[in-house]
Write a protein that binds this ligand. Structure first.
Ligand code: PLP
Length: 426
């Protein structure tokens, strides 16, 4: 049985007689019943990702909380699986607040972290009792009601991320409050009458090095500690953002989450003692880590062209999964209905969109047996997959299915032509 190293711990992906099974469901049956392209999410993998993370941290720091970053995958059924496990939510806009609430997450476990917010959205969040994470000092002046709790997103002046588009801090990043304004931000909040505070930092995404997380917590506490002492602020929570990476390439190793948790909480306790800051909640707000490897994209081969190179056309493209075109992201591709076929050819996988950036893989070693109507599975699409998809080139969006121990449930219908023209006026 061929088992690419990328599957190392994803036990929900199985090779049964050459046919890929996801959480007990055959991809051939899924494709026949629901059509392609199709996003498929494993419920058991979502749950195990959540529990692994929480258990790793709570062992060392009981006041650890996970706030799922809804932007990574906003399907309400996915959010509900995590909400039922006890997750809070990081919401980047009002719609994500509503999705989190609909999934059953209570108001006081939803942190609204918008960027360049509209004043009306700030007022909505405060008036309805959500915690607010501001990333610009000028936003404080626009608040008319005192928020229940206020947090500031810090930009420490340096960033780190898995690709240029995944670096969220530093002088060129649009996010966060620069060093020089941080103390002033908390002072202004105190003057407004705010009594409960948090502090937040998120400098990059898809990080696979435990050192990074230890460094982030040290940096954040070295900012929070002196502020706490000078202004007499007791922080209710310390939010170290998301950023936990997953291996996309077969040669990459998984993040050792036990090691990350041990190092982060050791550093946290050391700094909390140093600055006499009590025991605030420690919040992690991962998106990718919870949902990424729970999702695969099923797509069928639509045509095979022998041009200057061999092009395999698929019914999924940059409209279905944008990350390769957007960041040059790599997604491992499986020959889903012939997993045991050996790579004896070299191909380019492309979509149906009229852009040359509509390409999933270039010169990839693959089996020469591949033929029209065969099924492929793109791995690690549970995060920033469907939610970044579009109707470009008048393509209706794909369907989404949740699979759970052999049972499949449709969680978003495939779009039709009517959805493309809905709301248009001629
Ligand atoms: C404020 C904030 N929190 C959390 C996340 C989730 O990041 P990740 O998917 O890297 O965990 C993001 C991603 O953009 C973010 O902007």
């Amino acid at each position: 049985m061929l088992r690419p190293p990328i599957w190392k711990s994803v036990v929900e992906l199985e090779n049964r007689n050459g046919i890929l099974h996801v959480d007990g469901c055959s991809v051939e049956e899924l494709a026949d019943v629901f059509g392609t392209p199709l996003y498929v999410y494993s419920r058991n993998r979502l749950v195990s990702n959540y529990r692994r993370l929480v258990n790793a941290y709570r062992r060392h720091y009981p006041k650890f909380q996970v706030y799922y970053a809804v932007k990574a995958n906003n399907n309400p059924a996915v959010v509900k699986v995590l909400a039922d496990e006890g997750a809070g939510a990081d919401a980047s806009c009002l719609s994500e607040i509503l999705i989190a609430q609909r999934a059953g997450i209570p108001v006081d476990k939803i942190l609204y972290s918008g960027v360049y917010n509209h004043t009306r959205d700030l007022h909505y969040a405060v008036d309805n009792g959500f915690r607010l994470n501001l990333e610009d000092i000028s936003q404080i002046e626009r608040l008319v009601t005192v928020p229940k709790a206020l947090c500031f997103r810090i930009n420490p002046g340096v960033g780190l991320g898995g690709a240029e588009g995944l670096v969220f801090a530093g002088p060129d990043a649009k996010f966060g409050i620069p060093d020089r304004d941080i103390e002033q931000a908390y002072r202004m909040a105190q003057q407004l009458g705010v009594e409960r505070f948090g502090i937040h930092m998120m400098t990059g995404s898809n990080i696979l090095s435990p050192d990074y997380f230890e460094a982030i917590v040290a940096k954040l506490l070295d900012i929070a500690g002196p502020i706490s002492q000078r202004l007499g602020i007791r922080f209710d929570f310390i939010d170290i953002g998301g950023s936990l990476g997953v291996p996309y390439r077969p040669e990459q190793d998984e993040l050792d989450i036990d090691d990350v948790a041990r190092r982060v909480t050791n550093k946290l306790r050391e700094k909390l003692d140093l600055y006499d800051m009590g025991e605030p909640d420690l919040i992690h707000e991962p998106g990718r880590y919870l949902v990424c490897d729970a999702g695969i994209l099923l797509t069928r081969v639509t045509s095979i062209k022998k041009g200057y190179k061999k092009f395999i056309g698929l019914d999924a493209g940059m409209n279905t999964l944008l990350r390769p075109a957007l960041y040059g992201a790599y997604h491992h591709i499986l020959y889903a209905n012939q997993l045991n076929a050996l790579p004896d050819d070299q191909v380019n996988f492309v979509g149906q969109i009229c852009e040359n950036s509509d390409i999933f893989a270039k010169d990839l070693p693959f089996s020469s047996q591949l033929t029209v109507d065969d099924l492929l599975g793109l791995l690690n699409v549970g995060a920033y997959g469907f939610c970044m998809s579009s109707q470009y080139n008048s393509q209706p969006r794909a369907a989404e299915v949740m699979v759970d121990s052999g049972k499949a449930t449709l969680i978003r219908e495939r779009e039709t032509f009517d959805d493309l023209v809905k709301g248009t006026i001629m």
